[in-house]
Structures are given as C-alpha cells and as structure tokens.
Design a protein around this ligand. Structure first.
Ligand SMILES: Nc1nc2c(ncn2[C@@H]2O[C@H](COP(=O)(O)OP(=O)(O)OP(=O)(O)O)[C@@H](O)[C@H]2O)c(=O)[nH]1
Length: 440
C-alpha cells in the first residue's frame, strides 16, 4: 500500500492570516453505513474499570478442545508465512447467504473540549527505564521512544534560548508532521504554542507540556472502553486487519481479559487461509480456557463463523471472537470474504457483529490511514486496537487517525505476552509522545 504523503499548506499565511484561538474544525464523522444502527455502548466507567487484571496464564487444555487439536506451544505468536496450497474442505455446510444491509456505523467522536493548556514545570522522562520487570508505563515509553526522542530533540534544539518566531514554529510543525501526528493536529499544536507568546522566549519544557495537552485533547474523545453488552448472548466480536497486524494474538489477550471477568468465551478460527493461524488460535484457546471452533485450512470462513455462533448459543457462551484472514495481496478476495462473513453473521443475529475491531500495527505509520479506510468500507469498523507499540513504533499515527476517523481506540499492545494489552488512555499516550513523565 502506498504511503500517504500529507499536504502542508503555507505556514505564515495560516499563522498570521487567522487568530490562534479560531476553533479547529471537528474531526469528520465516521462514515455511516446502512443497516441496523448498532454502535458500541459507551458506559460511564473507564476501560480500566471494565477489565480486571488478567490472572496467570492458563496453560492447561480447555476441556472443550479435542486431543488431536493440541499443538506445540512454540507456535504461539509466531509470525508464520502463508502455506502453499489449500487442504480440501471437510465437515462444513455451505451457508447460502442472502444480501443483507452492510456494515453498521461506528461511534461518533465527542466534541473536542476547548480547554487552554496549563504550564507547570514538568519533569523529563528518564532516558533509560530501571532494570527488572518493566511497568506498563515503561514499556509504553520505550515503544514511543522513537517518536518522543525525535520530537524532544527538535523542541530542545528549536526553543533553547530562542524567541518564538515564524521560522521556529514552522520547523516545529515539520517535526510534528514527521512524527505522523497529521497536519491538522500539528497546526493546532503550533497555534496553541504561539498564542500570546510571539517574539517571546518559551522553554522546551513549556512546549512539551502544550504538546502533551493538545495531543491528549485530540485523543480523549476516542479513548473508549470496549464493553460487552451482556444482553447480547453471545456478544460477537469480529477481528479484522492486514496479515501480521496481530489479530490472533490480540484475540488471545482479549480472551484472557474476558475470562478474568468470568465470561464464557468461544473463538472461531476464521483465518482459514493459513493452517498456522488456525493452530495459533487453538493454542491461545487452550491457554485461556476458551473452546476454539476450527475447520481445515481453506474452509469457508463465513460457514465456520456461522457454525461457531450456533455452537456458542447452544453452549451458553457470552462472547464469540471471530478471527479473519488479512491477506492484502488479494484485496478483492479479502473483501468478498469479509463481506460474506458479516452477511452470514447477520443471518444469525441481525445486530451482530456487535463489535468489529480493526487491529493496526503501530510500526506501519501512515499506511494505517489507508488500512482504516479499506476495512471501514468492507466490514464497518467500530473500534481500533493498536499493536506493537513496544517496537520501533510510530505511535503518532494514532493522533492522525483520531483526527480523521474519530473511531474509538479500545486497546494498545506493547508486547507478545498475554498481559501486554491495555485499555487505551489518552493522557498516558500523550505524555509518552511528548517525552514527559507519567502523572500520579
Ligand atoms: N512486539 C509485539 N508483537 C506483537 C504484538 N501483537 C502481536 N505481535 C506479534 O506479531 C506477530 C503477528 O501476530 P498475529 O497475531 O499472528 O497477526 P495476525 O494479524 O493474526 O496475522 P495473520 O494471521 O497473518 O492475519 C506475532 O509474532 C505476534 O506475536 C505486540 O503488541 N507487540
């Protein structure tokens, strides 16, 4: 997929041609598709309230998993390559689906608050985290280091003992765009920094504080928990995303969280394109004690999803998570398959899928924008999960995604372990980007 190059209008005309406190236009509404208008409920509680900490990993096999399905643990999380040739289908009823209304709409972002940033002196984040087991914050800041270090260096270089002028602001804006924050947000940040301070000195620390405050404002409306509506039984979650984004791993991590809440979870191995993906899901199922419905590689994924939903209903499951293939090398095939899965799921329950989560790899930067567009069109995404923020991540893209699509961001992943998935918190993320310390 081609990199999207953001366009940047002339800075001086924008800066002096309009007042700094001109309200920024709200992010465009999420495209609304036809069909049953079902959005994720937005409960009063925070994501952290919804999800209790994950218990120790369950390694014993689920009683529902047949002996022959057990596979080696080392397959877990493996980034396995597509397997040549497809095994014959077996034991699968073909579901003849009638056309049904397409995807359902995602939640609309809340209006952005107009608060002015405060400027208390902020301590810098420590350069190296202490040894030993890293906390969530340490892993997050580690992952964001690529972005925060380059931003920090730009800010320090630009604002040390220098008066604020147009050239400084333009250079800062360039650095923000380079960090994937998007032109709109970059402009908003530079306007907030320049407001009332033109031709005056401003410390790098003050700049970072304004930066964190503006990023937090952009992200707060999308930092929404994923809530399982208990009246939907089973609550159906469809996981979509390009191959390797971390769908299967995220399903495993989420299953653990749901199980810890006492929910009965079933997994559907709908990535029938890769045998290894099916095995990987079975391993996760055994770990977290969730039965896995799987068929042979090459089976019809929609049919499998339908079977899984029937089985889940019959056995009183609370949640069903459907894994899907993410092969972008055959876009038409991918779209057709996903559309069929959605149609067939709706035949089972018109209001389902109750959540369609797009898993995005944080290392892809600007490519995430086109992935959201594609999967919105095909499957009607209701929320995002961003993975691999522990790597050489380009987490700034989340800010641009929030501004453009306003889709809820439910979770972020900072590693391959079951506990490496956390509800998305706008404040933490914003401070990590700006290179500031965690707040108490
Ligand atoms: N470092 C890191 N690795 C992750 C994270 N999430 C997933 N991974 C790894 O990314 C690789 C791909 O993850 P999968 O879950 O197989 O991705 P997928 O989207 O299901 O891929 P396909 O089955 O090919 O569609 C695996 O090696 C995972 O362990 C994360 O938050 N951090």
């Amino acid at each position: 997929m081609a990199e999207t190059k953001p366009e940047k209008p002339g800075f001086l005309s924008r800066l002096f041609g309009r007042k700094a406190d001109v309200p920024v236009p709200a992010a465009p509404a999420v495209p609304q598709a036809g069909g049953e208008p079902e959005t994720m409920p937005s409960p009063p509680a925070t994501a952290a309230d919804d999800l209790v900490p994950a218990p120790p990993t369950v390694t014993a096999a689920s009683p529902d998993t047949p002996e022959e399905d057990k596979v080696a643990l080392e397959l877990t999380g493996a980034d396995l390559q597509p397997v040549e040739g497809l095994a014959p289908e077996h034991d699968l009823k073909e579901i003849v689906a009638e056309p049904v209304p397409e995807a359902r709409p995602a939640a609309t972002p809340e209006p952005e608050p107009e608060a002015q940033p405060a400027f208390p002196p902020e301590p810098e984040a420590p350069a190296v985290p202490p040894p030993g087991k890293q906390s969530w914050w340490q892993r997050l800041t580690e992952g964001m280091r690529r972005t925060s270090t380059s931003l920090s260096e730009s800010v320090t270089g630009l604002f040390t003992k220098r008066k604020l002028d147009a050239a400084t602001l333009e250079e800062l804006e360039d650095a923000l765009v380079q960090a994937d924050l998007g032109v709109d947000t970059a402009l908003r940040i530079t306007e907030a920094i320049s407001a009332g301070r033109y031709n005056k000195e401003i410390s790098p620390q003050e700049v970072k504080t304004i930066l964190a405050s503006e990023v937090e404002k952009a992200l707060a409306p999308v930092a929404l928990p994923l809530t399982v509506a208990r009246e939907k039984k089973p609550f159906v979650i469809l996981m979509v995303g390009v191959n390797g984004a971390g769908k299967t791993t995220t399903i495993g991590k989420l299953s653990q969280k749901f199980r810890a809440q006492g929910l009965k979870v079933m997994l559907a191995a709908g990535d029938t394109f890769r045998a290894a993906a099916i095995e990987q899901l079975k391993v996760w199922g055994e770990r977290v004690g969730a039965p896995v419905i799987a068929r042979a590689q090459g089976s019809d994924a929609a049919g499998l999803a339908f079977d899984a939903l029937q089985e889940a209903k019959a056995t009183g499951m609370d949640v069903v998570m459907i894994d899907t293939a993410g092969r972008l090398q055959n876009k038409a095939g991918l779209m057709a398959e996903l559309e069929k899965i959605v149609r067939v799921v709706k035949k089972f329950d018109e209001s389902a899928p109750h959540a369609t989560l797009l898993v995005l790899d944080a290392t892809v930067g600007q490519n995430a924008m086109s992935q959201v567009e594609l999967f919105q069109k095909v499957a009607g995404v209701t929320g995002l999960v961003m993975t691999k923020l522990d790597g050489t991540a380009r987490g700034g893209i989340l800010v641009a995604l929030a501004a453009k699509f306003g889709l809820p961001v439910h979770f972020i992943g900072v590693g391959e372990r079951v506990e490496d998935l956390e509800p998305f918190e706008a404040r933490d993320f914003a401070r990590a980007i700006a290179g500031l310390e965690e707040t108490a």
